[in-house]
Design a protein around this ligand. Structure first.
Ligand SMILES: [Zn+2]
Length: 252
């Protein structure tokens, strides 16, 4: 009965000491004197090895991290390749019956295949393909070849629209293709015979103005015939290298 009066006093004293200890611990932790030891799943593993290797976790690392993906999904380049005259007409004709459209299609199909092998989204388009209306892609290239009528004419040409909405982008596309195509094929760049057929090419007016586009004349069907017909894989490689240069922002 007599002890009843003392119990509140003991409780009060214990509470005061607990408060003092709590403040002291808080001060020591904040000042770095007392390390925080995490009660994580690792502690079970470390205690089984003797408990001596407990790791100290800084307060910053202990805060939960947001589940935001660090690497954004990579963009898959989308490329349109027009096989010149395909689905429309023969294009240039040789006396022995060789048609430009055959040469263009063989090269264009190889280019599309090689781009797909890189994991890119490439598609083969016809000369007047309905998909060209408002066409959106990372690049559009139309593949043609030059006439079969002028002996002594050799070389290739690349051009973009004369009234371009994105001249800097398209100039870079043209420079990339010129440089890589020349390197792969050894053909000379023939700037002197670029015609309105190339700079006012019909597809430029059909596609989305933000799609970088160009046209290539891969060579002359008479003097460059061996390269164009016998080695379409070299021709295709030069074009693919040029597109890779443009898409991957390499120096032309
Ligand atoms: Zn043509």
């Amino acid at each position: 009965m007599g002890g009843e009066g003392r119990d509140p006093w003991i409780v009060g004293t214990v509470m005061r000491w607990l408060s003092v200890i709590a403040v002291l611990v808080g001060f020591l932790v904040a000042s770095g004197w007392l390390p925080i030891i995490p009660a994580s799943a690792n502690s079970a593993a470390s205690s089984s090895t003797g408990g001596t290797s407990t790791t100290l976790v800084p307060i910053a690392d202990a805060t939960p991290t947001l589940a935001v993906p660090l690497t954004p999904t990579p963009h898959t380049p989308h490329i349109g390749i027009i096989a010149g005259h395909l689905g429309s007409d023969s294009g240039a004709l040789c006396p022995d019956g060789l048609e430009e459209v055959q040469v263009n299609e063989e090269i264009a199909r190889r280019v599309v295949g090689m781009l797909r092998q890189r994991g890119w989204d490439a598609e083969l388009l016809q000369e007047f393909d309905p998909r060209l209306e408002g066409y959106r892609a990372d690049a559009l290239l139309s593949i043609h070849a030059d006439s079969c009528t002028f002996p002594g004419k050799s070389g290739f040409k690349v051009a973009r629209a004369e009234s371009s909405y994105i001249p800097r982008e398209e100039d870079r596309l043209v420079r990339c293709i010129i440089d890589r195509y020349r390197t792969a094929t050894g053909l000379a760049f023939d700037a002197n015979t670029i015609t309105y057929d190339m700079t006012r090419y019909h597809a430029y007016n059909e596609i989305d103005p933000d799609t970088p586009a160009a046209i290539i004349e891969t060579g002359f069907l008479l003097d460059d015939r061996e390269l164009l017909v016998e080695h379409p894989e070299i021709v295709a490689k030069g074009i693919v290298d040029g597109l890779v240069c443009f898409i991957e922002n390499q120096a032309p």
